[in-house]
Design a protein around this ligand. Structure first.
Ligand code: KG4
Ligand code: ZN
Length: 333
């Protein structure tokens, strides 16, 4: 089964070709233009996707060595994400589907992140927990079987990736903030500055990151520039450590509660090496079995869309030409 995957939900234009759960190619162009605006500008993202999409799809096909006529299904992200950006991918996929008579499958971007863990694996063992940590989402799901997902935890305000992005902006760094903070934090003192780990009284399972961002704001506001500049790497290290500790504490708390100890972590934030190291340390204690996708499949990519598309195809869940984009598409829809 050959699948062409297309992803355009935010600021990466990506296409991939897969054979069953094996990825044959994955071409991603990151729209660096947004870094000068301090965040993704939706109109610019749509325009960039329009300029790039046919070239990216062609490159992915060439790299895979598979001709479009041999593709069995086109999987395309139809939500969640930026409406205009999603429309570029979905309309392109529809055009290709009609002109080449290839079945179409609409894929949930977050389900893509979830299935990015299974690239190159022969089988998927249920149940497991999935911690999804991206720029817009911080959630923990109990994945009982295919399409039987229970949301156990969600953020009540900012997502973890957003906490990195907003923190980086406060520290005068560009978008995306995660890799910037990670770079700056190298060699910094993890405990020099105390940031709060939010505890939400009436919903202990949920996350909150807005208080953390506010405390960074006041740290910068209440101290002189010289002190901040001198301590920037320690501030970044302590701030990063607080985000990662918050994620891991909640995740293990929920694993103990549900007694599901097989855990997958996916989404852009798992590209963070300190996060991956902390997970390795936790795994060494042998209480939890925590897995993450390989680095190249952490941030947005179409390989993960091929994977989630493949699950849909083998479960006979095709879309038709009326497929619509849904910026707020939920995982269990
Ligand atoms: O999954 P993703 O590529 O896009 C969304 O679906 O949102 O995640 C992007 C998020 C951004 O907030 C970015 O700052 C964060 O992932 N991120 C990181 C790192 N690389 C990307 N956060 C921490 N450390 C990183 N190395
Ligand atoms: Zn994503």
């Amino acid at each position: 089964m050959y699948i062409l995957g297309i992803e355009s939900s935010c600021d990466e234009t990506s296409a991939s070709v897969s054979h069953n759960r094996k990825i044959l190619s994955n071409t991603t162009i990151n729209q660096v233009i947004h870094s000068e605006y301090g965040g993704v500008v939706p109109e610019i993202a749509s325009r960039e996707h329009l300029d790039l999409i046919s070239k990216v799809v062609e490159l992915a096909l060439v790299e895979s060595g598979i001709k479009i006529d041999n593709i069995d299904a086109i999987a395309v992200t139809n939500g969640p994400g930026l409406k205009g950006a999603l429309m570029v991918g979905v309309n392109f996929a529809k055009g290709l589907s009609i002109s080449k008579n290839i079945p179409l499958v609409g894929v949930n971007h977050m389900e893509g992140h979830l299935f990015s863990n299974f690239i190159d694996l022969k089988e998927i063992k249920y149940p497991f927990l999935c911690l999804l940590v991206s720029g817009g989402h911080t959630q923990i799901w109990n994945v009982k079987e295919y399409k039987n997902y229970e949301l156990l935890s969600n953020t009540i305000d900012d997502a973890a990736g957003e906490a990195f992005d907003k923190g980086a902006r406060l520290l005068g760094m560009s978008y995306p903030g995660g890799p910037e903070i990670e770079k700056l934090a190298k060699g910094g003192d993890l405990t020099k500055f105390k940031f709060p780990i939010a505890k939400i009284k009436d919903s202990v399972n949920n996350f909150s990151f807005s208080g953390l961002k506010t405390s960074l704001y006041y740290l910068i506001k209440n101290n002189n520039q010289e002190m901040i500049n001198k301590n920037k790497k320690h501030i970044a290290a302590s701030y990063q450590e607080t985000i990662l500790e918050t994620l891991l504490q909640k995740m293990t708390f929920i694993a103990d509660q549900t007694k599901v100890y097989d855990i997958f972590v996916s989404g852009g934030v798992i590209a963070n090496m300190r996060f991956r190291d902390k997970i390795s340390e936790l795994n060494a204690k042998e209480e939890y079995n925590i897995n993450c996708p390989s680095m190249k499949y952490c941030t947005d990519n179409a390989a993960m869309i091929c994977m989630a598309g493949y699950e849909k195809v083998i479960n006979n869940k095709f879309s038709d030409i009326t497929l619509e984009v849904n910026p707020n598409l939920l995982m269990n829809q």
